[in-house]
Ligand binder design. Structure first.
Ligand SMILES: [Zn+2]
Ligand SMILES: [Zn+2]
Length: 280
């Protein structure tokens, strides 16, 4: 196999992670760019907040990812960094939405590139339980122990998270113990990448997009990372002709010089269902 020659061939990239995310980026970055992704050792990314709810997340996902990436680069002494940040929200009914953000930073070129995705998580959201049996049923339904769970015990407004349980028996015993102490107990999925196969898949897909993107040069300044940054709405309504929310074009941009290109999506008209006039 011939090695690809890109701006990042032979370069070392630091993924700021404690949860094995470097493994999700490794192949794509190696095969597409010839770059090596490794994790920063001795890093505490929990300081930016946790899914377990024991440490709050004060920063926006984008700011948290940037801060993590910079910390990883500092720790490892590299000028190239990666970090990701995930958010889980249950909007309607039982559906849980997984928003993922992956940031790449190149300190030498002054580049910052972000890839995002939104997927429906196949894992049901957390719930309060009042027996060990309920915990075991929930855990089995979401694929435990491949998919991890977290127990939150709350008493007098003080919440303690119990993570890293890998056996049903231990899970049941922990629930029993918490309930015996009259704690209120919530069971929820462990969304950390090494404990959540569906989230790991979403991050892996983002890493593939990022590697592809870093292999694409800006047509204007030749900086790596030219790619999709936005969409343009406004396809005319087929009934009344006014601009709708339907996407008319994709916008590609450079992370360094601001150069942009526009690719129309070839929809001459939009269904009136998308029209604020016809379907307010
Ligand atoms: Zn209309
Ligand atoms: Zn450019």
């Amino acid at each position: 196999m011939t090695r690809p020659l890109t701006a990042y061939t032979g370069r070392a990239i630091t993924f700021a992670t404690m949860h094995g995310k470097e493994l999700l980026a490794h192949d794509a970055f190696q095969n597409t760019l010839g770059a090596t992704v490794t994790a920063a050792t001795g890093l505490d990314t929990d300081q930016f907040g946790t899914f377990a709810g024991d440490i709050p997340r004060p920063l926006s996902p984008g700011d948290a990812a940037r801060a993590k990436a910079q910390l990883g680069m500092q720790t490892a002494g590299t000028t190239l960094g990666l970090a990701s940040e995930g958010t889980f929200t249950s909007g309607f009914g039982l559906l849980v939405e997984n928003s993922e953000l992956l940031i790449f930073i190149d300190d030498t070129l002054g580049l910052e590139i972000v890839e995002r995705s939104v997927t429906t998580s196949p894992v049901a959201g957390g719930r309060r339980i009042i027996s060990a049996d309920e915990a075991l049923t929930y855990a089995s339904a979401i694929g435990f122990p491949g998919q991890g769970v977290i127990l939150q015990g709350t008493q007098n407004h003080l919440t303690t998270a119990h993570k890293n349980i890998t056996q049903l028996e231990v899970l049941g015993d922990t629930v029993d113990a918490l309930l015996k102490q009259r704690q209120s107990v919530v069971i929820l999925p462990d969304y950390r990448a090494h404990k959540a196969p569906s989230r790991a898949a979403a991050i892996r897909a983002l890493c593939e997009h990022m590697a592809q993107r870093l292999a694409t040069e800006c047509p204007d300044c030749r900086a790596p990372g030219f790619g999709h940054i936005n969409v343009e709405h406004g396809v005319p309504c087929s009934f009344c002709g006014s601009a709708t929310q339907a996407v008319a074009a994709d916008i590609q941009g450079c992370g360094r010089c601001g150069h942009q290109t526009r690719t129309p999506r070839n929809h001459a008209h939009a269904d009136p269902e998308w029209c604020d006039h016809c379907n307010p």
